[in-house]
Design a protein around this ligand. Structure first.
Ligand code: SAM
Ligand code: ZN
Length: 367
């Protein structure tokens, strides 16, 4: 919660803060990356920040990108809307400011880019967000989720209730989390004949952020549904795989009972041209965290090329196999030396992604 009378500067916006209106400076990186993503998408976009609080997110989108043709800032809180209006004026941004429930507003209006940044889970807002694209051939849906304990499997029942999916509390739970969220978005958009596919995915601290491209067409929506499946995991040897149908009971490597997560999205988490365009924009924007963003986007660009489900945490592998913890460089070199792709992952600093099959991975890195 912000203190009365203080100001904050982020990207190209300087905003006033006010007691009772939410502002979290720790989300600056998330706003930097979302703004870069919106800029990278191109086109001419009508944008709604449907849970705007101070307005910082939407105002940054507008100020930092030439492809925002109109902006609406919406919040249920009258304090938030009056602050957002004031911040729009001081930042010389023309926009519509409305005190409204996001769902009601989305049902009555239409936009090219819908931003949902709620407290906790975006799940209750997805249906009306998907409906809001009804007259469009394409659109973008940007969602933040901060209910990580739910998505990562600490609150099993809540995950089933909010996302219709079983979670899995294991070493790649943050990947499961974004894939469960993406699965829910794909499932919610499909009955409106929209195929949803992620163009950008971020897991950072207490939240995940995903931006989806929505494309109209019943066949595409069916194809999107075909990317849903289940993740199998062996808690004994860390075997993992993603499959359309959960049809194995025992681990093919060690015969231990498998655990499952899903249904969840098993497709690509990033669009490579969007990531490259974000990198180019970041070099121009002069953000405070430009160096951190560059490193993160480069990691995502390399990990996006490896499509196997689930990253390997070197600490967990050493513990489970009784081997010594390999350094990241040694593990990457061993895998690459054997002809497999291997890259760091932005999800976890002690983990990597590889194209090596599980047995090969254990042989090269497990002991
Ligand atoms: C996490 S804050 C948004 C933060 C903001 N986007 C930012 O980047 O600083 C969530 C906001 O959603 C608003 N809110 C909660 N439920 C809402 C609803 N149903 N419709 C619109 N706004 C809502 C709250 O008043 C709060 O200001
Ligand atoms: Zn096993």
């Amino acid at each position: 919660m912000a203190l009365k009378g203080t100001k904050a500067g982020e990207g190209q916006a300087i905003i006033s803060l006010r007691e009772g209106v939410f502002y979290n400076p720790e989300m600056e990186l998330c706003r930097d990356l979302s703004s870069l993503c919106l800029g990278a998408i191109g086109g001419k976009l009508s944008v709604v920040d449907a849970m705007c609080a101070s307005g910082i997110r939407g105002l940054r989108y507008r100020k930092e990108n030439r492809n925002v043709k109109s902006l609406a800032l919406v919040d249920t809180s009258s304090r938030a809307v009056s602050l957002a209006r004031r911040n729009a004026k001081s930042n010389k941004v023309k926009c519509r400011c409305a005190r409204a429930d996001a769902c009601e507003f989305l049902r009555r209006n239409e936009f090219d880019f819908v931003e949902l940044d709620p407290f906790g889970s975006p799940a209750p807002y997805l249906h009306d967000a998907a409906y809001s694209f009804r007259t469009k051939k394409a659109g973008y849906l940007s969602v933040t989720a901060t209910d990580m304990a739910v998505l990562c499997g600490a609150h099993y029942a809540a995950c089933m209730k909010n996302y219709g999916a079983l979670p899995l509390d294991n070493e790649f739970c943050h990947e499961n989390a974004v894939r469960i969220l993406a699965g829910k978005v794909v499932l919610t958009c499909a009955p409106f004949n929209f195929a949803a596919s992620p163009v950008f995915t971020l897991s950072h601290r207490h939240y995940v952020k995903m931006v989806f491209r929505l494309e109209w067409g019943s066949q595409g929506a069916v194809e999107a549904i075909k990317k849903l499946g289940f993740a199998a995991y062996c808690p004994q040897c860390c075997f993992r795989e993603a499959a359309r149908i959960a049809n194995k009971e025992k681990c093919p490597h060690c015969s231990h009972q498998l655990q499952y997560a899903g249904p969840l999205y098993t497709g690509l988490l990033w669009d490579e041209p969007v990531l490259k365009a974000m990198l180019a924009l970041n070099a121009e924007q002069g953000f405070r965290r430009a160096a951190q963003i560059e490193k993160l986007l480069r990691t995502q660009l390399s990990e996006s090329k490896i499509t196997q489900y689930g990253y390997y945490d070197l600490h967990v592998i050493a513990k489970k196999t009784g081997g010594t913890i390999k350094s990241m460089d040694a593990a990457l070199a061993a895998l690459r030396g054997a002809g497999f792709a291997a890259e760091r992952t932005h999800f976890c600093p002690t983990a990597l992604r590889t194209s090596a099959p599980h047995e090969k991975f254990l042989g090269l890195v497990g002991k």
